[in-house]
Write a protein that binds this ligand. Structure first.
Ligand SMILES: *Cc1c(COP(=O)(O)O)cnc(C)c1O
Length: 297
């Protein structure tokens, strides 16, 4: 890659130790793995997940799926602009069509993404082959390379293995917030045998362990690495928050000088503080938290 390459990432991403008494008083070290600094416009785990897909697409247009505030849709739109690949975003909610775009969808459109709104009942069935074909036809995206909602397919999971590899020899535990779990699936496979990965679910449902195992089987042929998921810190579901979580995120950001993304990263850090308090980590343990993104806008 040359310096002028608009895609040139900052890899490995920086790893920073932070002094935080909520960990230190339990004999723990806290590191931040700054994947939010990989690329100014294609941030964090989205860079790791999308780049292998853009390569697999071999110049074809990309089509993907998301809700009205999806980080994944914005990242796909940014990837399309940076690489000159046309993108289509299939958005959940026909009722959004014809209304002014929210800031997240405006950003997608400004990056050149064509937006196609579908009814929620249709959106739910988008992985059925006939429904998918009908959606692509209606969106004018036949022949495009399909990236699933949330971006987690085998290529994406394999792309996240490098995140684990970058952390070899630096930490005992790596913690990451999980949406689809694709990042955890890849990261865990890249770690050394004595390291373990911990996922903090931000969605309610309890389905993640099975999903992550299935993603690893598709990407690597088998379950790989040592990992678990903790389902106790989603606060009721995706994008659900509390004044306490908002205060926690603002305070953490101020203490350590980084903007804390609220949908994923705040729940991860909040969960880690609770786990440290519970004594979930033995004294002397080093814990690395992956900062997978930054706040939007
Ligand atoms: C998309 C996203 C995640 C979730 O990644 P998965 O691979 O779906 O688990 C985590 N953090 C941030 C900031 C994200 O944008």
């Amino acid at each position: 890659m040359t310096r002028a390459d608009p895609f040139a990432p900052r890899l490995p991403s920086p790893l920073q130790e932070v002094g935080d008494n909520r960990f230190a008083r339990h004999g723990l070290r806290l590191l931040l793995k700054r994947d939010d600094l990989i690329h100014p416009e294609l941030i964090g785990n989205k860079w790791r997940k999308l780049v292998p897909n853009v390569e697999a697409a071999g110049g074809r247009a990309l089509v993907t799926f998301g809700g009205a505030y999806s980080n994944h849709l914005r990242a796909t739109a940014a990837a399309g602009r940076l690489l000159g690949v046309p993108t289509t975003g299939v958005v959940r909610g026909q009722e959004l069509a014809g209304r002014p775009l929210n800031p997240s969808l405006s950003r997608c459109a400004a990056d050149g993404m064509r937006l196609h709104f579908v009814e929620r009942s249709v959106y739910r069935r988008k992985t059925e082959p006939e429904t998918l074909a009908a959606i692509l036809r209606a969106a004018g995206a036949e022949g495009a390379y399909v990236v699933p909602e949330g971006g987690s397919n085998a290529a994406a999971v394999r792309g996240c293995r490098a995140l684990g590899e970058e952390l070899r020899g630096h930490t005992d535990v790596v913690a990451v917030a999980c949406g689809t779990g694709g990042t955890l699936a890849g990261l865990a496979a890249g770690l050394a045998p004595e390291q373990r990965a911990l996922g903090i679910a931000v969605l309610k449902g309890g389905f993640l362990t099975a999903d992550i195992q299935a993603l690893q089987e598709r990407a690597f042929g088998a379950r790989s690495g040592t990992w678990t998921v903790d389902d106790r810190f989603h606060l009721g579901g995706y994008a659900r928050t509390t004044p306490a979580l908002d205060a926690f995120a603002a305070d953490f950001g101020q203490r350590h000088g980084l903007p804390v993304e609220r949908l994923y990263v705040a729940k991860l850090l909040h969960g880690l503080v609770a786990l440290a308090e519970e004594g979930a980590f033995a004294r002397g343990t080093t814990v690395a938290a992956v900062v997978t993104g930054r706040p939007f806008p």
